[in-house]
Design a protein around this ligand. Structure first.
Ligand SMILES: [Zn+2]
Length: 86
């Protein structure tokens, strides 16, 4: 097992606990094995590879968000929750 892989598993556990098992974006419960790690600020925009810049999301949100800024995506998610009454 490479150090990189170990770091990823550790990050996922930490994020899962920090978010109490919920997706950061849609707040729905997500299995730890399905939690994907996302950068709040993309590395391409100067984001760092640290826990401060990581959030855990479900696979659906990860795909939906794609390369959108986290800020925009959170806003879009909040609005859709508001209007769907979810
Ligand atoms: Zn989600």
């Amino acid at each position: 097992m490479s150090p990189k892989r170990r770091f990823k598993v550790h990050s996922r556990n930490t994020l899962f606990q920090r978010q109490k098992g919920l997706c950061f974006y849609c707040h729905r419960p997500v299995l730890k094995s399905e939690l994907t790690i996302d950068h709040i600020i993309p590395l391409s925009k100067g984001g760092t590879h640290t826990m401060d810049n990581f959030v855990g999301s479900c696979a659906k949100c990860n795909v939906e968000k794609s390369s959108m800024d986290a800020e925009k995506f959170i806003l879009a998610k909040s609005l859709s929750r508001l209007f769907s009454g979810d």
